[in-house]
Design a protein around this ligand. Structure first.
Ligand code: PHE
Length: 340
């Protein structure tokens, strides 16, 4: 059939649709024109026999035929009166048919780690507290007992605004905000974005995520901190994970430690991900420094507490064996679909 013939057939088909009075009749029209042995497949097959000049217009006419007939059929069904439908077993809407898959996507691995962490600490009685990405220099540094000469206060290490605010370099300022607004005791977990002037490489990003933890009560000891982080490690990584604590320094905790987990990829034997050491640094932590308590108006003679800050990307990389932090930000669906 050439284009003109197809157009004539289209007109006929559309008037057949108009004439159909029942759902069954509409279905019959559909089969007559669009069914496997209907007119459209014949038309499509016939295109090959046409001359090259005829083929283009005929192809377009065939498409119009299909589209206009389809929408006319749909409208006819939608416009049917209840009485028409009752004559048939076929309802235009069949609630038993499977739905159309909408492709709702999946959770990003960073979100998964944050949610799992919140759930694990919720079992220990922690609740979520949040703070803004744009912080005051006071909350990010001074109230956290960070001395004037500390390298992170440097122009080159931190994104400063002209008014002295900054993009927070850590989630620790939320400790300050929460303690200022809440009397002790408290136990909070704080997931959020942090910013540092780091050059992007396989393990660094200028924008990354941390989860801060703060526990303040009376008679809190380093053993409580170790217990909480070891519990978290086993819940997050599985029962065989090893946990070690190394002495370290943070201005806002004393004593301070760094907490490492055995590398999940090589089970501690040493591999590319852990750079041969068998351990991955996961968190900084320690006992809250009395100076910090003084800044927020807590009495260091009465309360004690521990705090920790974990790198979310670190945990994701170790848990899922992701060799390069950039994979977590590129939004490459081939990567992300693995977490669906
Ligand atoms: N804020 C520290 C960091 O970003 C981690 C930390 C949090 C250390 C809480 C001790 C206590 O490196």
């Amino acid at each position: 059939m050439n284009a003109t013939e197809i157009e004539t057939a289209t007109a006929e088909a559309l008037s057949d649709v108009e004439a159909a009075q029942t759902v069954d009749a509409v279905e019959a029209v559909r089969i007559k024109y669009l069914g496997r042995k209907g007119l459209l497949p014949t038309v499509m097959k016939g295109l090959k026999a046409l001359t090259p000049e005829e083929r283009g217009p005929a192809g377009r006419a065939a498409n119009t035929f299909k589209q206009s007939l389809n929408s006319a059929l749909g409208e006819r069904l939608a416009g049917m009166q209840d009485g028409d439908v009752v004559e048939s077993n076929l309802s235009p809407f069949d609630a038993t048919l499977p739905g159309q898959w909408r492709g709702i996507g999946s959770q990003h691995p960073i979100s998964t780690i944050i949610r799992e962490t919140v759930v694990i600490f919720a079992r220990l009685g922690f609740t979520v507290a949040e703070g803004p990405d744009i912080e005051t220099g006071y909350n990010n540094f001074d109230a956290l007992n960070t001395p004037e000469h500390h390298p992170s206060k440097d122009e080159l290490d931190t994104f400063w605004f002209e008014n002295g605010d900054l993009l927070r370099t850590q989630t620790s300022p939320v400790q300050i905000r929460t303690m200022k607004s809440t009397p002790p005791p408290l136990s909070i977990i704080t997931p959020g974005r942090c910013y540092r002037r780091d050059t992007m490489d396989a393990t660094h990003s200028a924008n990354f995520h941390q989860i801060e933890g703060l526990y303040v009560a009376t008679d809190v000891s380093l053993a409580d901190l170790k217990g909480a982080l070891a519990y978290f490690a086993r819940e997050m990584m599985g029962p065989d994970v090893g946990v070690r604590f190394r002495p370290h320094f943070f201005p806002f905790t004393e004593p301070s430690v760094e907490c490492d987990f055995t590398c999940h990829v090589c089970a501690g034997k040493g591999c590319r991900v852990c750079k041969g050491s068998g351990w991955i640094e996961i968190a900084g932590a320690g006992m809250v420094d009395p100076r910090v308590f003084e800044h927020v108006g807590y009495d260091p003679e009465v309360v004690s507490g521990y705090a920790f800050g974990m790198g979310v990307e670190r945990i994701a990389m170790v848990k899922y064996g992701v060799p390069d932090i950039r994979m977590l930000y590129e939004n490459d669906l081939r990567f992300l679909h693995q977490f669906a």
